[in-house]
Design a protein around this ligand. Structure first.
Ligand code: NAD
Ligand code: MG
Length: 394
């Protein structure tokens, strides 16, 4: 029986993963090792009652009594907190979904890779903060990382049977997010609610705001560089409002392979679950005659400063990715709290990077987890200061 674990089971990607696992037979087909969630204990317990994992873990001790009550008599072990989540990742499973949001997903993913199985990676932040470490850990333990971000799954699929040396360019598509058609001057006033109205994809709150600011795409550019090992100048971003082409790979003979499908994460999750085979998936089929046209436009860097900042991060490499991601997480928190404006998020990140640049120059190959967590921590402190300064001026 194939064994699986889902980290971040109660989130948007986690729910889609759970849905596919249940459709494929649930506890009849899979032996579930670990399910982890945040504070939504009721939902985590519901999933655990269906999949019967060895262990269910919630984010912190305050949730533990409720989780214990909800799973009493089931034989499912319960635990809470970061250490318990990491310990759950030490329990070997054939296929592990990494779908915790943010830098919190890094350690469980790294620990799971040490068992040399397949890690379905939705948590792009782990590649951004610790790409070289993650890839080296996978190689050392003969583990497979399967990208779950729709763009990276698309690129991965376009590269099957191809030589990466024959790739000229990788083109990431972006919807442009909720504020795509707003006048540039109005963006500074955009509210959380407005930034959350994503035109095509239903996702977690954080990634939806990151889509509107294109910080999500900036993370994905770095993710592409780290995962596929191409040069930064080979990676392009194009706005494609329909979100039907999930990304494209251009080869040296001029051919371009595009990956198309409905904007439904269950495609890329299902591809990773069934890899290297393909199996039927419950996603909508495209009616091309009805779609009729696809459109594209170049992104405006003034509107999306994140796309400029990610280039600086790739240039510096070392700990710059960790600092970039952490500063972005703080900036996003402050925006969600209503303390800074929508365009201030890029200001916070830019300021943090500028202040930290001298401290981040480290040989990329020599980076340890401690270095990365240190840079993450420092960037959170610096970004909080930058955000406080901006908030005081509002
Ligand atoms: P989400 O916010 O919906 O869910 C996140 C999950 O992680 C939840 O189970 C939550 O309880 C848990 N979690 C949050 N903080 C935690 C912490 N500190 N410790 C332990 N658990 C914690 O997020 P999502 O939209 O499902 O995204 C998950 C990851 O997948 C992110 O890295 C995101 O960038 C990536 N991703 C998401 C989508 C999408 O369609 N939602 C698409 C591509 C990539
Ligand atoms: Mg994506």
């Amino acid at each position: 029986m194939r064994s699986i674990s889902i980290f971040g089971a109660t989130g948007s990607v986690g729910e889609s993963t759970y849905d596919l696992i249940c459709r494929a037979g649930g506890a009849q087909t899979f032996r579930t090792v670990a399910l982890t969630g945040g504070r939504n204990v009721a939902r985590l317990a519901e999933m655990a009652r269906v999949l019967r994992p060895e262990v269910a873990v919630c984010a912190d001790d305050s949730c533990l009594p409720a989780l214990r009550d909800a799973l009493a008599g089931t034989g499912v072990e319960v635990a809470a907190g970061d250490a318990a989540i990491a310990e759950a990742a030490d329990r070997p499973a054939d296929w592990v979904m990494s779908a915790i949001v943010g830098a919190a997903g890094l350690v469980p993913g790294l620990r799971a890779l040490r068992h040399g199985r397949a890690l379905a990676l939705a948590n792009k932040e782990s590649l951004v903060t610790a790409g070289p470490l993650l890839m080296a850990t996978a190689a050392r333990h003969d583990a497979q990382i399967l990208p779950v971000d729709s763009e990276h799954s698309a690129i991965y699929q376009a590269l099957v049977g191809e030589d990466i040396a024959a790739v000229e360019r990788i083109i990431l598509t972006a919807s442009g997010g909720a504020l795509r058609d707003w006048p540039l001057e109005a963006l500074a006033q955009a509210t959380v609610k407005e930034a959350l109205a994503h035109p095509n994809w239903a996702m977690g709150q954080r990634i939806t705001i990151d889509s509107a600011s294109m910080f999500n795409k900036a993370l994905e550019v770095i993710e592409t560089r780290e995962f596929f090992g191409v040069r930064p100048e080979q990676i392009e971003v194009i706005i494609h409002p329909e979100s039907l082409i999930h990304s494209l790979v251009g080869f040296q003979d001029g051919a371009i392979m595009a990956h198309m499908g409905a904007p439904d994460m269950r495609h890329s999750i299902g591809y990773a679950l069934n890899w290297p085979a393909r199996a039927p998936l419950p996603v909508a089929r495209l009616d091309l005659a009805q779609i009729a046209t696809l459109s594209f436009r170049a992104p405006d860097l003034e509107r999306y400063p994140a796309l400029r900042l990610c280039r600086e991060v790739m240039e510096a490499r070392g700990l710059a990715g960790a600092a970039f991601n952490a500063a972005k997480e703080i900036a996003l928190d402050r925006f969600l709290e209503g303390r800074i404006g929508f365009m201030d998020m890029a200001g916070v990140v830019e300021d943090t990077l500028a202040r930290m640049m001298p401290e981040m120059c480290l040989e990329t190959d020599a980076m340890t987890l401690e270095d990365i967590l240190g840079a993450d921590h420092l960037a959170r402190v610096r970004a909080s200061e930058a955000a406080a300064a901006l908030a005081a001026r509002r």
